[in-house]
Design a protein around this ligand. Structure first.
Ligand code: ADP
Ligand code: MG
Length: 595
């Protein structure tokens, strides 16, 4: 038999240029990675103006020119040495890092896979220095006349590394990535003046002043901004601050392009932050592949975070990850649930500004419509958020829909929609989704407290399940019991349901039970207990709610509206579909050209 013998090469230290090329493998993936590193260096150098130029998606040429501190000749040469940095000296410095860079790897890595020319001048010097590197080798160092600050030009990326250059995408795609990198920093460093040119065309030219809102509006457009909310909250316990912008949950996109996350002003991709945000938006998102728009900044004392997780520092780790997750989830949920986003009759004419809330009779205070500090009275406890908010404001809560409120159900349309009128509006309510919202909240609290009321059936319902489900049912009898089902094994894969939640339609018992088993199966893979309970509440609500096509008496309609009024999020069902739309007098008058 032929056995492959391992090569017996002797161990030796790799030469610097090989080490740099290996490091470049992690740091310089594409032109956008170079733009990121150079931009961050310019920002760290205290620049106020930064101009980025790219040709052919950056594959042929990239330059970043700043007006920052600049470097002396010696320092500039040192900057291209591996692990040479001015930003930290000891490992302790790393825990209080305030600059974007600190690993001292970017310049040598970039210079090892391209031709690089740096020109740099200190403020107090009359001349600057020009350094040229060609794929890892220093070509020349000379004094030159140049403006204060630093310019770095990068020619022909990966020309000598064909395996890497073949991985690059077409010009448009590479440039898109550069635009993203620049955009992330335009949003975060709103007092800097950024210019981005591509193939001699100006793509971005921001004023070097203005606030976050202005910059974001330029970036996202005023429609998205005016429909969304700005928020700000600080956690007293940890000193962590959270602020940013959230789009209306009804402004969803097919891609995640408009999502920006920052930790201490460093653009990051954090799974934990994303999970918290998506979980907060989740009640409003009807389908998969729909994505909210958000820009969220966390400011944290540096010792709570570890940015040295990945060479590009794109990922960060929080020391108290669970706490931060909860803080984000609570804050964002609160924001979304207390802002009166409502879909209107006309999609193009959506109006999301918080306005008088007729479902709770509580008006959001003006402070909630604009500005950063929205809720000084925010309380972090288990009181339902909407109620809590209303109680903290001085507005009265009216708990019923009656004529005093001005909401009167008039009739039913297609046995599916309730037509109601308010003082100044017509409202259409989807009876199924509205009832689902009511039941979801009811089941959710009952499941949490393990007190779902169930009903015993004289004739049990028999169901067949797969062998896998069989195991699941046996292993999760407690959870099933707590969800209001009493089941008994009859034969190998046959079970009888003897008891089921009272509210469940009899015809839905079997399907509802099987869906619960599905929920449990999924929870084994990727959910914690809270998510499981949430799913179960949704399943039960969906199978118990009044159907479309069912005729309702006026009394039932009153009752439904009354109960909907008491829910935390009356305007969307637990799956994210709207429960109601309205047409207000203003809109009606516009339609009939009275205004
Ligand atoms: P790091 O940013 O991690 O320190 P780099 O390789 O990116 O490592 O840069 C090395 C050093 O070069 C920096 O620490 C900084 O002192 C200096 N430097 C790089 N770019 C600039 C710039 N645009 N202006 C001033 N100094 C710079
Ligand atoms: Mg750097």
């Amino acid at each position: 038999m032929n056995v492959v013998q391992p090569k017996k090469n002797r161990i030796k230290l790799l030469p610097d240029h090989v080490i740099n090329q290996i490091a470049a493998g992690e740091i310089v993936e594409r032109p956008a990675s170079i733009v990121k590193e150079l931009l961050e260096n310019s920002i760290d150098a205290g620049s106020s103006q930064i101009e980025i130029t790219a040709i052919n998606g950056g594959k042929q040429y990239i330059s970043v020119v700043d007006d920052g501190y600049g470097l002396s000749k010696d320092q500039a040469m040192l900057a291209f040495e591996r692990n040479a940095t001015s930003k930290i000296s000891t490992i302790e410095d790393l825990i209080k890092i305030e600059t974007l860079g600190f690993r001292g790897e970017a310049l040598p890595s970039i210079a090892s896979v391209s031709r690089v020319v740096m020109k740099t001048r200190l403020k107090e010097k009359d001349v600057g220095v020009r350094l040229e590197f060609d794929n890892g080798r220093l070509k020349s160092v000379q004094e030159v006349g140049c403006p204060i600050g630093t310019s770095v030009e990068v020619f022909d990326l990966f020309k000598q590394v064909p395996a890497r250059s073949s991985m690059l995408k077409n010009e448009a795609t590479e440039f898109q990535q550069i635009q993203r990198i620049v955009g992330e920093r335009v949003i975060a460093f709103h007092d800097l003046h950024f210019v981005l040119l591509h193939n001699n065309k100006t793509i971005v030219d921001t004023p070097g002043f203005g606030n976050f809102k202005d910059k974001l509006e330029q970036y996202l457009g005023d429609k998205i901004i005016s429909n969304g909310i700005f928020f700000h909250r600080e956690d007293d316990k940890t000193g962590i601050k959270l602020h940013g912008f959230l789009s209306s949950p009804f402004t969803l996109r097919k891609t995640k392009t408009y999502q920006f996350l920052y930790v201490n002003n460093r653009a990051v991709s954090s799974k934990m932050m994303l999970a918290a945000l998506y979980n907060a938006y989740q009640p409003f998102i009807p389908e998969k592949n729909q994505h909210p728009i958000f820009v969220v900044f966390i400011e944290s004392p540096p010792y709570f975070i570890d940015v040295n997780v990945h060479p590009t520092k794109f990922d960060v780790r929080f020391k108290n990850s669970n706490q931060v997750y909860k803080f984000i989830l609570e804050t964002i949920s609160y924001q979304l649930n207390t802002s009166d986003f409502k879909p209107s009759f006309y999609k193009d004419n959506l109006r999301y500004e918080p306005k008088e809330s007729y479902w709770s009779g509580a008006k959001p205070s003006n402070a909630s419509t604009a500005g950063f500090k929205r809720f000084p009275g925010y309380q972090n406890d288990d009181v339902p958020l909407k109620r809590n908010f209303a109680e903290n404001s001085k507005f009265e809560i009216i708990d019923t829909f009656n004529e005093a409120d001005g909401i009167i159900p008039l009739s039913q349309f297609q046995n599916t929609y309730i037509i109601a009128k308010g003082k100044n509006r017509i409202i259409l309510i989807d009876q199924h989704t509205a009832h689902e919202r009511i039941l979801y909240e009811k089941f959710l609290s009952e499941l949490k407290e393990e007190r779902i009321s169930s009903q015993r059936y004289l004739l049990p319902i028999f169901i067949e399940v797969t062998p896998e489900d069989n195991e699941l049912i046996i292993n999760n009898k407690d959870i099933i019991r707590n969800s209001g089902f009493d089941v008994k094994k009859k034969s190998t894969n046959c079970w009888s349901i003897n008891e089921a939640p009272v509210l469940l339609h009899e015809s839905e018992i079997e399907q509802s039970f099987l869906n619960l088993v599905d929920d449990i199966r999924k929870s084994g893979r990727d959910m914690d207990k809270e998510c499981l309970i949430d799913r179960m509440a949704k399943t039960l609500a969906c199978h118990s709610a009044v159907r479309s096509g069912e005729e309702l008496t006026i009394e039932k309609m009153y009752d439904l509206l009354n109960q909907l009024d008491k829910t935390k999020v009356p305007s969307v069902c637990p799956h994210g579909r709207p429960t109601l739309v309205e047409l207000n007098l203003d809109e009606i008058e516009k339609i009939f050209k009275r205004k």
